[in-house]
Design a protein around this ligand. Structure first.
Ligand code: AMP
Ligand code: PCX
Ligand code: MG
Length: 516
């Protein structure tokens, strides 16, 4: 079978003028690995690349003193190829990036619409880059003489991999990076950034390649809905390979829109859809309505609530965050991805639609809606909610069409009255999809994944039954996630080695003592 999974899904890379750096990367992402050793006379680049499925060709590009590694994929290759003579460099995404770097320099990254992290060695410099959304997290440690970068923070943590170098220069002072409180010395590159580092001297330069639009567009209804449908359609097409895609659906408007456009892109081939629920709570009937309408090969997975909660260490291991809300969104998805099966799949989701559309915001006043959208677009960076590691713990590659660079720009910039209209939330999306989905789906009120799967309620109930006073729930959840982060990220333990029930009891005990 011809697979269209990305050539690489993650990496740990070390650049140094010294030879013989030993790499022991710890990845939550599953897959095969290749070791890369590049040298350009001034420095070496050592890397371990991670692949979903078998090792493919074309995950490294090199020419002259430059070598480029890319985890992820690009979605505007035809446009990018049109910029190059003869389209000669189009064999793979990483070759395209190399050719564009050659032609445009660092500004090449302003051209890319993709889901990627890049590390490149150019002469005596190293260049690190994230996509517009920082959707593939990229972490870095640096000291004069060595720069290490990885798509998972745990690969840079003290006990694993290269370790935080003594005398590490804090990159956190740079506008392009933020420090991680729980991992001293490790920084995360911000979204839509290129960081250039002179490896020997440690001198740095930061370039911004994207920012969310602040301006708002005024469009007639029909033009707005056409624009939304066409842009999303294009993003879905760019994300469906020749193998059968799998769309994870809740039966809500966001994931159902992606499923409808995936069916369209598949041009007659049957696609797969999958819904998950717990024994207490699920949205199976709503998801089935969509699957039947679209004639997909549909499956349902029931994850017992206790099993769902027991997978919290996996969610923290994959997403490397302690944000309670985000982990509650990601936990059911983690549980789902772990059950998709052994064959690496390309998975599409409806994740992230509510951020530019203000879908989490259940009131119609436009100033408040605008404020919510602006706030969410200003604060998404670093939450890691789009990380591909989440599905990679199950060996799969996931991608989120609503956070395509062009879709995101269109949705964010539409004036709020197109988002909330005639008493409907996400009006412009619902109306855009009205011809492709059942009316019940188009009109269905928003239910977050954490609600539809019963995750938030189950996590709360677990802590209350362990003796946490209800007023302390939020703090207790945070402390549980912090304890998990310490173990599976900072200390590099496998999530199966964590006694989750014991962790909960310890936190509950601390809470009882502090309150009583
Ligand atoms: P939400 O925006 O809360 O519906 O969740 C974000 C995305 O996660 C959705 O667009 C779906 O792709 C996926 N998702 C949410 N709930 C489920 C579910 N119960 N089963 C499968 N996928 C889901
Ligand atoms: N979502 C939202 C995104 C969650 C909000 N994230 C943020 N503000 N950075 C979505 O899919 O758009 C749910 C469950 O709803 C996750
Ligand atoms: Mg939903």
């Amino acid at each position: 079978m011809v697979t269209t999974l990305p050539a690489a899904t993650g990496f740990l890379a070390v650049a140094s003028p010294d030879s013989g750096v030993a790499l022991r990367p710890a990845f939550a992402a599953q897959g095969s690995r290749t070791v890369v050793r590049e040298s350009n006379g001034r420095q070496h680049l050592y890397a371990v690349l991670l692949h979903a499925g078998a090792v493919p060709d074309g995950s490294v590009a090199r020419r002259g003193g430059t070598a480029v590694l890319l985890a992820g994929e690009l979605y505007n290759q035809p446009d990018l190829c049109s910029l190059l003579p003869d389209g000669a460099a189009a064999d793979s995404d990483v070759h395209l990036v190399l050719a564009l770097l050659d032609r445009y320099g660092v500004s090449a990254f302003r051209l890319l619409n993709g889901r990627f992290a890049v590390v490149a060695m150019l002469g005596n410099r190293v260049l690190l880059a994230t996509d517009h959304a920082g959707s593939v997290p990229l972490y870095v440690t640096a000291r004069p003489g060595q720069v290490a970068a990885a798509t998972e923070a745990k690969s840079l943590a003290g006990t694993a991999g290269v370790g935080v170098p003594p005398g590490a220069r804090s990159l956190a002072a740079l506008p392009g990076a933020r420090s991680l409180a729980a991992l001293p010395g490790v920084c995360q590159l911000r979204a839509g950034m290129v960081l250039e580092i002179d490896v020997a001297k440690g001198a740095t330069d930061v370039h911004r390649t994207w920012r969310p639009p602040l301006e708002r567009r005024i469009l007639p209804e029909g033009e707005a809905t056409d624009l939304v449908r066409d842009t999303l359609r294009h993003a879905v097409r760019a994300r469906t390979g020749t193998d059968t895609p799998l769309v994870v659906i809740s039966g809500g408007i966001d994931s159902s829109s992606v499923a409808a456009l995936t069916v369209e892109a598949a041009g007659g081939a049957t696609i797969d859809t999958l819904a998950m629920g717990s024994e207490h709570d699920n949205e199976f009937p709503e998801a089935r309505t969509v699957a039947e309408h679209l004639a997909t090969r549909h499956s349902e997975i029931i994850v017992p609530t206790a099993d769902l909660l027991a997978q919290l260490p996996y969610a923290v291991w994959a997403a490397e965050t302690t944000n309670v809300d985000i982990i509650e969104y990601l936990l059911p998805l983690t549980a789902l991805y772990l059950r998709v099966g052994d064959t690496p799949r390309r998975i599409l989701t409806g994740y992230g639609a509510d951020i530019p559309l203000g879908g989490m915001h259940r009131e119609g006043r436009l100033p408040a809606l605008e404020q919510a959208v602006s706030h969410d677009m200003a604060t998404f960076d670093g939450l890691n909610e789009m990380t591909p590691v989440l599905s990679a713990v199950g060996g799969h590659w996931s991608t989120h069409p609503f956070w395509d660079r062009e879709v995101l720009a269109v949705l964010t910039s539409l004036e709020a009255g197109l988002k909330h209209r005639y008493g409907r939330d996400k009006w412009v999306l619902r109306t855009a999809m009205a011809d492709l989905l059942p009316a019940t789906t188009v009109n269905r009120p928003k239910l977050g994944v954490h609600e539809g799967s019963g995750t938030t309620a189950a996590f709360s109930a677990l802590l209350v039954s362990a003796g946490v006073p209800p007023s302390q729930l939020r703090e207790a959840k945070y402390l549980v996630l912090q304890a998990l982060f310490r173990r599976v990220v900072a200390n590099g333990e496998h999530p199966d080695a964590v006694d989750f029930a014991k962790t909960v009891d310890e936190v509950a005990g601390m809470q009882r003592r502090s309150v009583g």
